[in-house]
Design a protein around this ligand. Structure first.
Ligand code: CA
Length: 492
């Protein structure tokens, strides 16, 4: 009897030991959640100095993780940044499909080639259950999407097992949710017709009015499938939580792309007035709530510890000041522009099992998320894949010897480029630095007027040092030319 008890206890001890060893193992690939907010600026959250907007959940992520001060969207507008995050390739390399400027409309074909290696595709191959929930904004179909038919190819053909969300932006037609290949709740007797061509719209009698207001684009039909702007965040968040529940026993990659805080800024009524500032600020509360729901779900399912979360935004804020709230922080410019306010964004990583909380100063970008999540999953990226995406994992783990990136190319909403290296910023032509707002500032045949800024001393980019520091200007200009000429900029 005693011997039996001894063996039983020994067995129990062994079992407990191996369970805890498995739990602590650093070789277990993590679950991965990437949250890419929309038009959220560097200074919007409390953990980046905001005091008038309350963001307890984003602040929690920062407190329990790593809050980067020098994170950048790879472009100053939506579509190109999203393209680069998924493919690890600078969007401006794809000028043939218009990814070198502007954003996609609701009638855009799929902008990611289905034979391209993508981060979600690599994760899928490695056994991850992959989903994109939220705003897509990268087109459907080979030519133009027909929203009454299967929307193929789309997210499911470039690496995601599942997709649920809005096709383009919340201010663009069609105002419907898509699940996998189909519009949700479409009445076949009321087919969807859309166009982004004004003449075509007139000819066919199409209207910019949809789901309660005028939008960009023209359309008709599909009324039973129209979303309610006030319910988009709730719907996306619920879908995310259900995905986590369904996949709690698998390895998963969730790419959550909230529509908050893109215009039109229409928060759910329970957030209206909560900031006392603006609808946009109320919508930041809605975003923070969504993120809180994800964090709470991970806690409840016991998944928080070995889940890597990366949080950022697809471009800077489109406004600099709301009654003392500074969405772009101390930075000049806004969405679509080459100034820091256009592309410097929040960038937070949390992975309790492996990352020590810190506040790194490294220059990093949303384009680096592709290589970083693959590295975290233990995937060896093929040598020509994710060509401009730097693996940040060694830096996150505190193993790095030097800055991860020696340079980063940034793109405006009009497809113009700038370059960051160390504390320096180089803008080849200031006439176009204001992106969409540059208008006619650039005279045809006018010589370029370059700008050079030392962000360590001059974060507001007020003092152009181009004439004073010709060697630094030359070095940065050469780095930009090299990045344009070489098809691959990441270390191989
Ligand atoms: Ca955006």
């Amino acid at each position: 009897m005693q011997i039996q008890q001894y063996f039983f206890r020994a067995l129990l001890a062994l079992t407990v030991f191996s369970f805890s060893a498995a739990e602590e193992s650093v070789t277990t690939p993590p679950n991965i959640i990437v949250i890419l907010a929309d038009d959220v600026g560097w200074g919007d959250a409390g953990c980046y100095g905001g005091t008038k907007v309350k963001t307890p959940n984003i602040d929690r992520l920062a407190r329990e993780g790593q809050r980067f001060a020098n994170g950048h969207a790879s472009a100053a507008v939506c579509t190109p940044t999203r393209y680069s995050l998924i493919t690890g390739q600078y969007s401006w390399r794809r000028d043939a499909v218009g990814l070198n400027k502007g954003v996609a409309n609701g009638d855009s074909p799929l902008l990611i080639p289905t034979d391209m290696t993508t981060a979600p595709g690599l994760l899928k191959e490695a056994g991850y259950q992959t989903a994109l929930i939220g705003k897509w904004h990268l087109g459907f179909g080979l030519t133009k999407p027909d929203y009454n038919q299967e929307l193929r190819p789309g997210p499911l053909e470039i690496g995601f097992h599942e997709f649920f969300g809005i096709p383009a932006t919340n201010d663009r037609i069609p105002t419907v949710f898509v699940r996998d290949h189909r519009v949700v709740g479409l009445d076949a007797a009321d087919p969807i017709q859309i166009t982004y061509d004004k003449d075509e719209a007139q000819k066919q009698g199409l209207s910019p009015y949809a789901a309660g207001r005028n939008r960009i684009g023209w359309g008709k039909g599909g009324k039973a499938a129209w979303w309610k702007d006030t319910d988009i965040a709730d719907t996306h968040t619920r879908e995310c939580m259900q995905f986590l529940e369904r996949n709690k026993d698998k390895k998963f990659f969730l790419f959550f792309t909230p529509h908050d805080v893109h215009a039109p800024v229409i928060p759910h009524k329970r957030f209206v007035g909560t900031s006392g500032l603006s609808n946009r600020a109320d919508m930041l509360h809605e975003l923070d709530w969504s993120i809180g729901e994800i964090l709470n779900t991970l806690d409840r399912l016991g998944l928080a510890k070995n889940t890597l979360i990366m949080y950022s935004s697809d471009n800077g804020a489109y406004i600099n000041d709301e009654e003392g709230h500074k969405p772009t922080g101390p930075y000049r410019g806004k969405k679509s522009q080459l100034w820091e306010g256009g592309h410097r964004v929040p960038f937070i990583t949390r992975w309790p099992a492996r990352l020590q909380p810190s506040e790194p100063k490294d220059l990093v970008s949303t384009i680096d998320i592709a290589a970083t999540i693959c590295a975290a999953a233990g995937i060896a990226v093929p040598k020509d894949a994710l060509p401009d995406s730097y693996n940040l994992l060694p830096a996150l783990l505190g193993e790095k010897q030097a800055p991860v990136r020696d340079h980063l190319v940034l793109m405006s909403g009009t497809g113009h480029l700038a370059l960051r290296s160390g504390d320096w910023k180089y803008i080849p032509d200031l006439a176009v630095a204001d992106g969409w707002q540059a208008g006619n500032k650039k005279k045809p045949n006018a010589p370029a007027r370059p700008g050079l800024y030392d962000l360590a001393k001059d974060p507001g980019e007020k003092q152009n040092l181009f004439a004073e520091k010709p060697n630094d200007a030359k070095r940065l200009a050469a780095l930009l030319e090299k990045a344009k000429t070489n098809a691959i900029t990441r270390p191989r």
